[in-house]
Design a protein. Structure first.
Length: 260
């Protein structure tokens, strides 16, 4: 896997909500880079700024100052067609609550981003089959969300995030609505996407088990990076990395409950 080139640069990113006495700094001049092919985890307490960070990169929130640069393009000033193209083709977003449309089948939900850009389902069929096979959802393509388990829904949502072959996948607490069994299945599949399709993934999570699949973790506190943890992918198992994550959380937060 090639992780030599920087795909994303976040430079002095600041996000302030409110004014005067109600002013809250969600992100405080945060700077970091993401490497191509990396599986990056973002961890921190509730209110630490991790979801705001992800939403600024996804352009769901506009930063107060700073830059987000994807493949050399500063997306902070995008608007109109450039912004639509960025959201629809250059990033894929995986939500905690699936966000599937109940009146569409899995296949139709997956291809929705392509339909919005004029790509027909017939043209997308080879890509649909490839992703469905990788995520083990081929048997639910014609089912509606009400006919699927939570794990299947989230893997369909993951397929939707992947269908346009984006440069980077942004995942916000993807295991947050799943039980432990389905969480492991999803993380195994996302890990396969990262390794086999060489997709860059940036994942916000409070779950140390999910984070153990990452190659690097940034811990955020009060809108700033206060620690970084790297996994030796070649030598270190997810179980060993999990133990290091829990140890760091205990040391830095006075116990994992305070960090997560």
């Amino acid at each position: 896997m090639n992780i030599k080139n920087e795909i994303l640069q976040v430079e002095s990113l600041t996000k302030v909500y409110g004014k005067g006495n109600n002013r809250t700094m969600a992100l405080n001049s945060i700077t970091f880079h993401v490497l191509e092919g990396e599986f990056l985890g973002i961890m921190g307490a509730s209110g630490s700024g991790k979801t705001t960070l992800l939403n600024c990169i996804a352009t769901m929130r506009k930063p107060t100052s700073g830059k987000v640069i994807l493949r050399g393009k500063d997306i902070s000033g995008f608007c109109g067609k450039d912004l639509a193209g960025y959201r629809g083709q250059e990033i894929g977003y995986l939500f905690q609550e699936f966000e599937l449309l109940d009146n569409l089948t899995a296949r139709e939900n997956i291809t929705l981003p392509l339909a919005l850009h004029g790509v027909t389902e017939k043209k997308a069929e080879p890509r649909i089959q490839e992703i469905a096979s990788l995520l083990d959802i081929s048997d639910v393509l014609e089912k509606f969300p009400a006919q699927m388990s939570g794990g299947q829904k989230q893997r369909v949502a993951a397929a939707r995030a992947l269908i346009s072959d984006p440069d980077i996948i942004l995942a916000d607490e993807p295991t947050g609505s799943l039980d432990s069994k389905n969480s492991k299945i999803l993380m195994d599949k996302l890990s396969a996407v990262n390794k086999e399709q060489h997709k860059t993934i940036m994942m916000v999570t409070h779950d140390a088990n999910a984070a153990s699949y990452c190659s690097r973790i940034l811990f955020i506190q009060d809108g700033q990076i206060f620690h970084e943890l790297r996994r030796n992918v070649q030598m270190e198992s997810t179980k060993d990395f999990y133990r290091r994550i829990v140890t760091v959380m205990a040391q830095l937060g006075g116990g994992s409950a305070n960090v997560l």
